[in-house]
Design a protein around this ligand. Structure first.
Ligand SMILES: NC(=O)c1ccc[n+]([C@@H]2O[C@H](COP(=O)([O-])OP(=O)(O)OC[C@H]3O[C@@H](n4cnc5c(N)ncnc54)[C@H](OP(=O)(O)O)[C@@H]3O)[C@@H](O)[C@H]2O)c1
Length: 307
């Protein structure tokens, strides 16, 4: 079968022949119809061994149900998260703990955007708890995680939602009540911050968090170390915490991502969650899509379709 594999030269991907998957008893084999790109997997391509398959997000049809009887039946339309990575292939063995059936109203392209970006945003709100009537900030709001986070904050009843992004258009429609290009370290205290950038932006978030508030840190888009006057946290905001979220181990606490994927897919089907697809192209043009994502030309998600 064909797969998008790591390659030595820019854009560090190539379509090559690889072996078919050998599923574990708890894995279903999915014929992949669409995948979406995430900054993390794309950045890692150039350091991967040539010929290795990566990719976390996939949507497609089950061609072989799991041998242990778990998960969706053969023929089901599904969305899945593949970890360890390997979703960018024609057929992929996926743990049924990370596979959810799709409502008919959700396209493969929409579904492929949900796993890492959507589940990360949802898990962040699991960590934060209730935001009803609270002030929430989302940094990197124009990105994949950011778009989902804004909508989830709005739907969860946040009172004020501060979106931080360079490309600000369209963010108010998704729930932002204020849109800025930089998060200032001084200003109204924030009950919760989802930081999709890192570095000095995380430093500013720590200085803005309210007493007993939560900063969820999951990004290293900017790799500079974080600095802040320590009193700005324990002195100004006693009880506030910074929570490090990594989607894969975090989702294991919930028994996998299947439940979160099903919740997100239902909201898309009900028209309550907009999937921010900015770029859709064939996986044969993966290199251009990857360059666009890394050059900050993608607002939301980039999707590759498999022919
Ligand atoms: N820990 C985890 O489990 C986990 C899970 C998911 C994602 N992540 C990480 O979270 C981050 C966000 O993910 P994503 O999928 O939403 O990424 P994305 O779609 O690339 O969005 C990130 C946004 O950050 C902004 N940005 C990009 N480069 C920047 C820079 N150098 N300085 C400041 N802003 C910059 C861009 O907005 P503007 O150009 O409009 O400013 C972009 O829209 C990534 O670092 C990703 O690797 C981690």
């Amino acid at each position: 079968m064909l797969a998008l594999t790591a390659a030595a030269h820019t854009p560090h991907v190539a379509l090559t022949e690889v072996a078919d998957p050998s599923p574990l008893p708890s894995e279903a084999v999915v014929a992949v119809r669409a995948v979406s790109l995430n900054r993390g997997e794309v950045k890692r391509l150039e350091t991967m061994e040539a010929g290795a398959v990566t990719g976390w997000d996939l949507a497609g049809e089950v061609v072989q149900a799991a041998a242990d009887g778990s998960g969706p039946a053969q023929g089901a339309r599904v969305v899945g998260l593949k970890f360890p990575p390997g979703a960018w292939a024609q057929r992929v063995a996926v743990s049924t703990a990370d596979l959810a059936e799709l409502p008919d109203a959700v396209s493969f392209e929409q579904a492929a955007c949900l796993p890492v970006a959507g589940v990360t945003a949802l898990l962040a709100f699991d960590v934060i708890g209730s935001v009803i009537g609270r002030r929430v900030a989302v940094t990197g709001a124009s990105g994949g995680v950011g778009h989902f986070a804004l909508q989830l904050a709005r739907d969860a009843g946040a009172h004020e939602i501060l979106a931080v992004a360079r490309r600000t258009e369209g963010l108010a429609e998704l729930g932002a009540t204020e849109v800025v290009t930089e998060l200032e370290p001084e200003g109204e205290p924030l009950d919760a911050v989802l930081d999709a950038i890192g570095g000095p932006v995380l430093g500013a978030a720590i200085q803005r968090v309210a007493p007993d508030g939560t900063v969820v840190s999951f990004a290293s888009t900017v790799t500079e170390p974080v600095t802040y006057p320590t009193r700005a946290l324990f002195g100004a905001s006693p009880g506030a915490k910074v929570y490090g979220l990594l989607v894969f181990p975090e989702s294991r606490k919930h028994g996998g991502t299947a439940g979160h994927l099903a919740r997100l897919a239902r909201r898309v089907a009900d028209g309550k969650l907009h999937v921010p697809i900015d770029l859709t192209t064939s996986w044969r043009d993966a290199g251009q899509a990857i360059e666009a994502l890394l050059d900050r030309r993608v607002k939301g998600k980039a999707v590759l379709t498999l022919d």
